[in-house]
Design a binder for this molecule. Sequence first.
Ligand code: GTP
Ligand code: ZN
Ligand code: ZN
Ligand code: ZN
Length: 240
Amino acid sequence: MCETCGCGDPELVPIEIQESILAGNDRVAAHNREHFAGAGVLAINLMGSPGSGKTALLEATAAAWSGKVRLGAISGDLATSRDADRLKAAGIPSLSITTGSSCHLDAELVHKSLHDLDWRDLDLLVIENVGNLVCPAVYDLGQAVNVVALAVTEGEDKPLKYPVMFRKADLVLLTKTDLLPHLEVDVSVIEDGLARTMPTAAMIPVSAKTGEGMDDWLTWLEAQRKAVTGAGVSTKAAAG
Ligand SMILES: Nc1nc2c(ncn2[C@@H]2O[C@H](COP(=O)(O)OP(=O)(O)OP(=O)(O)O)[C@@H](O)[C@H]2O)c(=O)[nH]1
Ligand SMILES: [Zn+2]
Ligand SMILES: [Zn+2]
Ligand SMILES: [Zn+2]
């Protein structure tokens, strides 16, 4: 599995080495965080299972916000640049980080990639992590907030089964809600799981397909940007 973190297996990577890797990662993440704060860019770590709808959500976000906000993306992918290609086609300046065998992004990979993207002009930089409900939660990238995309098709029990991820989440986007009429999913069970795992439970149901919930998601983003930079999201777009 994951050569860098051993996916928490102490036989693959001894605990002391994992601790030293994470300490090194935290130092670079703090450096990235200084970069983002200095430039007034809200950085988001967007995580979730493979196929939970992360890229589709960003495509829908760009369509809903067209021209009003400068949104850029870095997308982590094991083997392809498909997500970055999709995002560029949606008008989002994007960059792909191909991780090879590693199942998560780390702060150093993000720092290196910043040289290849005009990120300082952005209002919002979304880092779409590798699809995985475990390791991405462990590696700080220097983001201001963590958002987890959880699709209605994944099963009601995921918050309780993957608590490491949901403990780190500032917001859960319950994606693909247009599919709910076709499924036997009790959303209140998911909400209960989130209440037990998230530090402060916050969930927005969304559909990239129908646009349901997009207004609430955009409002949440604006509030985050105000909290982080003291400015509204449109400052840079309005300036130039
Ligand atoms: N019905 C429905 N399908 C969706 C929605 N959002 C995404 N999908 C579908 O779900 C599949 C996966 O979507 P992606 O956006 O590629 O998911 P992802 O999380 O970016 O996937 P990875 O980057 O591979 O982890 C695609 O077939 C999408 O068309 C939605 O709101 N409704
Ligand atoms: Zn890993
Ligand atoms: Zn630097
Ligand atoms: Zn994706």
